[in-house]
Design a binder for this molecule. Structure first.
Ligand code: MN
Length: 730
């Protein structure tokens, strides 16, 4: 078991070594405070809890951060795990320290495990956005590193969860912040728990070859440093085996076994100046054979995380290739500690030159213009200021513009969710729908089928264009009925103005042609477009005017000879072989428009007569229709023509039946069921109560002919309490 004293001493020694200007007295007070607060707590291995903050502080000291960061590291679990509050810490150790601890606590409480790979970048962004101060991220990384180092005390399930999170969040962040050393260690420990077999295989291979490897590395290292010393270049040269995870990755990527992998070795030559780097490169290429295409100059072109070095791969006399990395001490610090090295420069050079600001700025990929002076003092993470990251209840991350509300969230999920929204919960509490969402919030939208839809003022509350567009769409669609009404009225009045018959629209063939010309699928869509203002009535009518006129003209040339416009009940001379239009043959007329009267809804099999309408074509009535009763009247006679059904009965016809019933419950349902059983398409069904316990049901439906109509009628009359029936007269 590790003791407090041991850990305290190594921590203090590291602080003194890496941070000469640190306030040791304040640090000691924080150690005592944390020790007292955590005194009843133990680590999983049984050691006193204070060991953990001490170890984290030591890692932070190695990074070379400042006194505030060390205090933050020492106290980092106090708010979360003890009764200490933000104010307590602020009073004793200053506001900055309290803010750092608060920041770490927030990250500790947030859940950064997501199963969806494409969400990882957002998770990392959220992590950064929640941190506000870069030191919070660094303390949290140090915290995770120590927890990873002591991972053997955790349960296997927890090991896997923590290691995944480390691979998804912490290692990539360490990489982005340029902290190579920490990144490697995090990756290696994770691999050990996530792929134990692969990890063990690589480890035992390396152990088995250790002597051989070390001998090889000594030879190469000697060769390089002897040559460099002989030409007077001060250098520190050493070889190393690449870290386990990078070997594992190479095996995976290249599909090779360990024996087949070359390139396991890397040598580092660290020198005092940049010109020396290029000199060393010349000597290395002189000593060994160059592997073509492997030279990289990251000094003239640094990596985005500010990494600088020369990389080259060469082959020695044993035929084993190896990489040589050449850099200055300053570049080395940057490579090992990344952003944390910033504090080292500040402490050593004391001035914090403009170059350093640029360095940090690029490291954080900040897009905002910040006052450089201010920037380096607080090192605020403002790069994600314009975004906010929140969770769905299932843990999916949704990224929204900063200042977004539950309305934006709902529409980001789905427009159906937004339109049915009646309220919202944030972190399991009912919230206003105009509440501003914070990073890490868990947002739940309450919906109801009875929701009235968005209200107009949502347009001013929401922040995202996506929500605004979808709300506007809703209003456009919701007002469709109204738009159709208005559109239709102005379209019809324009038709009237140009003296075009509206009946033209009723002819299916012509209508199809006209709609095609207008680029609409149906009249309602066109009316809606006119109503919405997407199309003017003048333009629409103008576009179809010629087509209508042409159709009218064609009809005029086929005008019926006067002699035939008479009812001739006994005429045997009528030709029988005219073809049917819409299932009806108008005798002696080759082709004309047909329409079925609405008043008596004739169906095939009914006795019918035709009436030549003033506007357009022949309208068909049942022979017993009251409107056809006066066809013998001399004033009308000329316009009544003989018509009959064609044999084709593929086309269904609308018809109406009225049922006389004795009122009882469930009757409507019985009627509906009878119709369904008969496989009849019902278009309308309603009942009306009459005095004296009677009622009338009107049912409008489609039938192919009178035979089918009679079958349906019999079926309906079989329903108890249906006492009579009648063909409908509208
Ligand atoms: Mn911790």
């Amino acid at each position: 078991m590790e003791t407090f004293a041991e850990h305290y001493q190594t921590m203090a020694a590291t602080v003194l070594k890496c941070m000469p200007g640190a306030d040791m007295e304040l640090i000691d007070r924080a150690v005592e405070y944390a020790r007292e607060k955590h005194k009843d707590q133990k680590r999983k291995d049984g050691s006193p809890y204070i060991i953990h903050p001490l170890a984290v502080a030591e890692i932070v000291a190695e990074m070379g951060l400042d006194t505030d960061a060390i205090l933050g590291a020492l106290l980092h679990d106090c708010i979360e795990d003890t009764d200490a509050s933000h104010d307590d810490i602020a009073k004793l150790f200053g506001n900055t320290t309290a803010e750092l601890v608060e920041g770490v606590t927030k990250l500790t409480r947030a859940n950064f495990s997501s199963t969806e790979q494409e969400q990882m970048e957002n998770l990392r962004k959220m992590f950064m956005a929640m941190s506000k101060d870069i030191r919070v991220v660094l303390i949290k990384i140090a915290d995770r590193l120590h927890n990873m180092r002591t991972m053997q005390y955790q349960s296997p399930a927890k090991q896997v969860i923590k290691c995944r999170e480390t691979m998804d969040i912490y290692a990539p962040l360490a990489h982005r912040l340029g902290m190579q050393k920490i990144k490697w260690e995090l990756e290696d420990i994770s691999l050990r728990y996530l792929q134990p077999e692969a990890y063990q295989e690589i480890m035992s291979y390396l152990t088995a070859h250790r002597e051989q490897d070390e001998a090889f590395m000594r030879t190469i290292q000697n060769k390089i440093s002897v040559r460099l010393s002989s030409v007077g270049i001060q250098n520190t040269t050493y070889g190393r085996i690449k870290h386990v995870y990078s070997i594992y990755r190479k095996m995976q990527a290249q599909g090779k076994s360990l024996d087949e992998l070359y390139d396991l070795y890397a040598f580092r030559v660290i020198v005092d100046s940049m010109p020396d780097c290029y000199n060393v490169l010349g000597h290395v290429h002189d000593l060994f054979n160059l592997v073509p295409g492997r030279f990289k100059d990251y000094i003239s072109t640094p990596k985005p995380n500010m990494y600088q070095s020369l990389h080259t791969t060469v082959i020695g006399s044993q035929g084993i290739p190896f990489e040589v990395q050449i850099r200055t001490w300053e570049m080395h610090e940057t490579a090992e500690y990344g952003i944390a090295a910033h504090w080292k420069y500040k402490q050593h050079s004391g001035d914090g030159s403009e170059k350093d600001f640029e360095w940090v700025r690029r490291l954080l990929e900040s897009q905002q213009d910040t006052d450089a002076e201010d920037y380096v003092h607080s090192l605020k993470i403002d790069m994600f200021d314009d975004e906010v990251f929140v969770f769905t209840p299932r843990g999916k991350i949704v990224s929204l513009p900063a200042g977004s509300t539950p309305i934006d969230f709902a529409y980001a999920i789905h427009s159906g969710v937004g339109n049915a929204m009646v309220g919202a919960k944030i972190n399991n509490r009912i919230a206003n729908i105009d509440a501003k969402l914070q990073n890490g919030d868990i947002v739940e939208i309450l919906t109801a089928k009875t929701a009235k839809g968005p209200s107009r003022d949502w347009l001013t509350i929401c922040k995202s264009n996506q929500a605004r567009t979808k709300i506007k769409q809703w209003f456009k669609k919701e007002k469709r009925e109204e738009n159709i009404l208005h559109g239709r009225a102005s379209f019809e009045s324009e038709m009237k103005r140009l003296q075009l018959p509206l009946t033209a629209l009723a002819d299916p063939e012509l209508a199809q042609q006209l709609l095609k010309k207008l680029s609409f699928d149906n009249w309602d869509d066109m009316y809606a477009a006119i109503g919405y203002g997407g199309l003017t009535a003048t333009k629409a009518v103008g576009r179809i005017r010629d087509d209508i006129n042409r159709a009218l003209k064609a009809q005029v040339t086929e005008r019926i000879p006067q002699s035939l416009l008479r009812v001739s009940p006994d005429s045997q001379a009528v030709k029988q072989n005219r073809h049917g239009v819409n299932g009806v043959i108008v005798e002696d007329i080759d082709s004309c428009m047909i329409k079925f009267s609405k008043c008596c809804t004739p169906v095939p099999g009914d006795a019918i007569v035709g009436f030549i309408t003033k506007g357009f074509g022949v309208s068909i009535h049942r022979a017993d229709c009251p409107n056809a009763a006066h066809r013998d009247d001399p004033r009308q006679a000329a316009r009544w023509v003989r018509v009959r059904w064609a044999n084709a009965d593929e086309q269904p016809f609308d018809t109406t039946l009225e049922l006389d019933c004795i009122t009882r419950e469930g009757l409507l349902l019985d009627v509906a069921t009878a119709m369904t059983t008969a496989r009849i398409r019902v278009k309308e069904l309603n009942g009306k109560d009459l005095p004296g316990g009677r009622s009338v049901f009107t049912v409008r439906f489609e039938v192919k002919n009178v035979a089918e109509l009679n079958a349906v009628r019999n079926r309906l009359l079989n329903i108890p309490d249906v006492v009579g029936s009648r063909r409908g007269q509208n």
